[in-house]
Design a protein around this ligand. Structure first.
Ligand code: TXE
Length: 497
């Protein structure tokens, strides 16, 4: 069985202590590959190599146009090798092959989008009117950027960081989830084969808890961009504070999907299923909280249950399968314990909620009715195929609207949410009052590389994608050039007056 190696100082290599970790195929629990398990010594070596490249190397000296062209070649390679990459992603994640193929298309779009942004990193003239002065801002890369990614969309999450970071001219240290290293490893090979300066890319594999602090505390690292869980995000922010490095965090969400009684119900219900059950709910923007107007609750819930029970969960390589496995045994236990606790706390289990027999970490689409904000499953991210149903009501239209907004905002998170209504004015009012980074009106889940993605409140800080996703990886420098130097004349010079 092959072993995925680290990539440090322009060379693929084993971990310095020779350790490796098995990588599981979540749909049957078998080991499909192994990955080197980096130690803090490997992390130190990667930091030193990235630092040297950034301070003295070639990548940041190439033109942004050249870097853009390389990103475009990377996008073409990804598309040309989509079948292989999607297969690896399915083996690591247990997600359906069809979804992984779509993910590769999205990843290529991200590289192409940032290739198109090559001209966006130029600065601006600040004040053309001051005589004899050229005052302008320029952009520069931030430096050594540690990019830490999770297991749910391994290659996609990596691309949101890698493409803008490299376009900007940074040196990167990539650290994918220890559960899903294969496609990031594959990407590193493509990056260097297509012309990225090898010394500007380091790849560390293995548990974040082992090497994370070395990376996030180091004074030689300028930035950490992290996507993952809230607790890990908090600890990264703390450990980065000692060196006041730039930190960008995407920490998931507990996302409300609000349905008003006047909505197009067949569309709203169908999308409510996709909102929560796509990729078995392991999506940071999953619409896990259904907040439905009381008068249509029964109709909506009955239809959701009918449809949820027909979702085909199973073999990710089977074209008939609609959703695959959860990432691990441990994660399934966590999801199931949220469901059990919800029932203990008064929720009504309408469907799912049972751990199936047999191999693989599958979990059925689960719907919990009669939920409220006191329940753990409503305010914590269970990150599984579990939909909680809450309702809103009120004596007047305005009261009902205000109640819906209050419930939808009653969360420490603020990543995404949706509102369904036929009333365009209401849709706009509600969208503007929801404190979440992305709002869909009469839709759920679409995102485009051109639009910023990220969270308010404890869903994190910073934005990925769009122009802001590039700005995260740039410093802005103001250069004031006095072309006709003259004395400032502030302090008197009595001897020469
Ligand atoms: O994530 P972790 P876990 C949520 C979801 C899930 C929970 C925990 O609710 O149940 O997070 O998942 C690296 N320093 N999301 O434990 O630990 C780790 O190696 C530096 C939401 O799998 O956050 C991996 O590469 N890095 C999320 C990455 O952090 C550290 C997607 C994410 O792992 C580290 C996934 C440390 N001390 C889970 N400890 C989203 N926002 O989409 C771990 N890591």
């Amino acid at each position: 069985m092959s072993t995925l190696q680290l990539f440090i100082d322009s060379t693929f290599c084993d971990a310095e202590n020779g350790e490796t970790t098995p990588i599981e195929y979540p749909a049957d629990g078998s080991i499909h590959t192994r990955a080197a398990e980096a130690s803090s010594k490997d992390a130190e070596r990667a930091i030193a190599a990235a630092r040297k490249e950034f301070d003295y190397g070639k990548w940041r000296q190439t033109t942004v146009g050249e870097r853009g062209e390389i990103l475009r070649k990377v996008a073409s390679r990804l598309l040309a090798e989509k079948d292989t990459i999607a297969r690896l992603e399915t083996l690591d994640t247990g997600k359906t092959l069809a979804e992984c193929e779509m993910d590769v298309d999205d990843v290529a779009s991200v590289f192409n989008y940032y290739a198109d942004q090559a001209s966006a990193t130029i600065g601006r003239v600040v004040d053309p009117s001051t005589p004899g002065v050229s005052s302008r801002t320029i952009t520069e890369p931030v430096g050594v950027c540690v990019l830490i990614t999770p297991w749910n969309y391994p290659l996609l999450q990596a691309s949101w960081k890698v493409a803008p970071a490299l376009l900007a001219g940074n040196s990167i240290i990539l650290k994918p989830s220890e559960l899903t290293p294969s496609t990031t490893h594959y990407l590193v090979k493509i990056l260097v084969e297509e012309g990225v300066e090898p010394a500007a890319v380091q790849l560390l594999l293995g548990a974040g808890s082992n090497i994370g602090p070395t990376l996030t505390e180091s004074p030689d690292v300028d930035m950490v961009s992290f996507t993952g869980g809230l607790e890990t995000g908090r600890s990264i922010m703390k450990s980065a504070s000692g060196t006041v490095k730039r930190v960008a965090l995407e920490l998931g969400g507990k996302n409300p999907n609000v349905i008003f009684a006047d909505a197009d119900l067949p569309a709203a219900i169908d999308n409510a299923l996709t909102a929560i059950f796509l990729d078995s709910g392991q999506v940071c923007s999953a619409g896990a909280r259904l907040i439905v107007e009381e008068s249509i609750r029964q109709e909506v819930v009955d239809e959701l249950v009918r449809r949820a029970q027909q979702i085909r969960v199973g073999d990710p390589f089977d074209q008939e399968t609609e959703t695959g496995a959860l990432i691990s045994a441990g994660h399934r236990e966590k999801v199931h314990s949220y469901v059990q606790r919800a029932v203990e706390q008064g929720a009504k289990l309408l469907c799912g909620g049972q751990v199936p027999e047999g191999a693989g970490y599958f979990y059925p689409p689960t719907i919990l009715d009669e939920c409220d904000q006191t329940m753990d499953c409503v305010h914590d991210e269970s990150f599984g195929p579990v939909l909680t149903v809450e309702t809103f009501d009120g004596g007047s239209e305005a009261e009902r609207e205000a109640n819906a907004i209050a419930i939808a905002n009653d969360t420490i998170y603020g990543l995404a949410g949706a509102v369904w209504t036929a009333d365009a004015s209401r849709a706009e009012r509600v969208a503007r009052q929801l404190r979440h980074g992305t709002i869909w009106i009469n839709d759920y889940h679409p995102y485009v590389p051109q639009a910023e993605w990220g969270g308010m409140k404890q869903s994190g800080n910073g934005r990925e994608l769009g122009p802001t996703g590039l700005a995260e990886y740039l410093e802005i420098k103001h250069i004031w050039h006095n072309i006709q130097p003259a004395k400032a004349g502030w302090f008197a010079d009595p001897d020469n007056s």
